[in-house]
Design a protein around this ligand. Structure first.
Ligand code: LLP
Length: 434
């Protein structure tokens, strides 16, 4: 069905995901509705794990980036699939632990971690702290000292690599709020401090160059730079990094014309760059860690909306309004992200001659989900499925206009289950005081 392998037609001719008819899902759970194909999610986890096993001769680990989509059910799924988990806030730590996810498999990121969050992480025995800057390291030294607990860390390095992606999601260049500059003096100081303190267990280094990256070259460059950095640190400090985390960032297919590299190709590229460099430098292979988010959850998710007002302004455009919008998918408004959609209740109808503009219900002209949608002439009551919405949509959803956030449903083998309930009006006022 279109470009998404996991979508097909139900026996009634409707769009189907995870063996479930989307028309029936919408009738059962209401709209807007996030639906994720659970097998496709698991499949992507396994693709990553298998690819690393096939292409990297040393030890390795996949740490899913929770910021893309994290709930209790997702935490459990990750644990079942044997993945580690990158978390960036007390809330993400809480969600994972609340689902029984083992703390030792968490990596805690963030460029401005609160002291409460650092304490929470140390007290819960989190696997690795990914330290962003020297003051953070100093705070961690103090916390480790108070507790008398050793703290395993990676240092986050800004490798100075352009990822050729949207400016808001470029993170590896020198002008960035993240990490320590690859050739800055402060970075040396941080390494020195980490190595000299008996409670800080420096395991290695981390970098992340950006997100929705459609070429492999930037990843190769980042891996080589990080290996060169590892060599420099070995020569200067006599410390050989045992772990190297190259981050996430692989792009996905949002539209039929998008052609991102595959997971296997991405993993092979990074694995080869790291193992070749290790051989040339004659250092032991570091444990290689990758942190994919979007490329695990993005394509397996869709959002179902009910079509409401249709406004055809002659000679201008046809506005097709749906019952959600920027509150459940901020990405078009924030990054000009482009999506494709289908009419889920008649996916095989011929598209209209002219494109139309799918808009949300928020009181904003900027609440445009798809500027130029290719769809059959829509009717009020149709069910619209926007594709590839599994990453950074639920995660960035808001209650703008006091709309309750939609539920999330996992669909697999013809059955579905709610993993996040639809918010109720009472939830919206639950924390309010008069
Ligand atoms: N590791 C770190 C340290 C990260 O900061 C990120 C994403 C990832 C891994 C995962 O990257 P992914 O594989 O998902 O590309 N809200 C934006 C994306 C922000 C990404 C932030 N960091 C969007 O909707 O496009």
């Amino acid at each position: 069905m279109g470009f998404a392998d996991h979508l097909d037609l139900s026996s009634d001719g409707n769009l189907q995901i995870g063996g479930c008819d989307t028309v029936a899902l919408a009738a059962r759970y209401g709209t807007p509705l996030y639906v994720m194909d659970e097998q496709a999610l698991r499949h992507n986890c396994r693709r990553y794990v298998d690819a690393l096993r096939n292409h990297y001769p040393g030890e390795s680990e996949i740490a899913y980036a929770g910021k893309a989509f994290l709930t209790r059910a997702m935490s459990r799924l990750l644990h079942e699939e044997g993945l580690s988990l990158d978390v960036v806030s007390g809330g993400e730590i809480y969600t994972a632990l609340d689902a029984g996810y083992p703390p030792e498999k968490l990596l805690f990121h963030g460029s401005n971690k609160a002291t409460d969050e650092l304490n929470m992480a140390v007290d819960n025995g989190i696997g690795r702290m990914v330290v962003d800057n020297l003051p953070e390291l100093r705070r961690l030294v103090a916390i480790a000292g108070q507790r008398g607990t050793p703290v395993p860390i990676l240092l986050r390095i800004r490798p100075g690599v352009e990822a050729n992606t949207h400016d808001s999601v470029e993170t590896g260049r020198q002008d960035s709020k993240f990490g320590l500059g690859i050739s800055d003096e402060e970075t040396d100081d941080a390494v020195q401090l980490a190595l000299s303190h008996h409670l800080i267990d420096l395991r290695g280094f981390h970098c992340h160059i950006g997100s929705q990256i459609m070429q492999l070259q930037p990843f190769r460059r980042a891996a080589v730079r990080m290996m060169n950095f590892t060599e420099k640190i070995r020569d200067r400090h006599g410390f050989t990094a045992g772990e190297l985390n190259i981050g996430g960032g692989l792009g996905i297919r949002y539209r039929s014309c998008d052609e991102p590299p595959g997971i296997d190709e991405f993993v092979r590229t990074v694995s080869q760059a790291v193992s070749r460099a290790a051989r040339d430098m004659q250092i032991p292979l570091p444990r290689l860690i990758l942190e994919p988010g979007r490329s695990i959850v993005g394509e397996p998710g869709i959002t179902l909306y009910r079509v409401g007002t249709i406004k055809d302004i002659p000679g201008i455009r046809c506005y097709v309004s749906v019952d959600g919008g920027m509150a459940d998918n901020l990405r078009p408004a924030l990054y000009d992200a482009e999506y494709e959609a289908l009419l889920a209740n008649r996916p095989e109808d011929m598209p209209a001659d002219e494109t139309m503009t799918v808009v949300g219900k928020a009181c904003e002209s900027g609440d445009v989900l798809i500027k130029e949608a290719v769809l059959p002439p829509p009717r009020t009551g149709d069910l619209l499925a926007v594709l590839s919405t599994g990453a950074y949509c639920y995660a960035m959803a808001s209650n703008y206009n006091r709309n309750p956030r939609p539920p999330v449903v996992f669909a697999a083998d013809g059955s579905s289950r709610v993993v996040v309930h639809r918010e109720r009006y009472e939830d919206l006022t639950a924390l309010d005081e008069l």
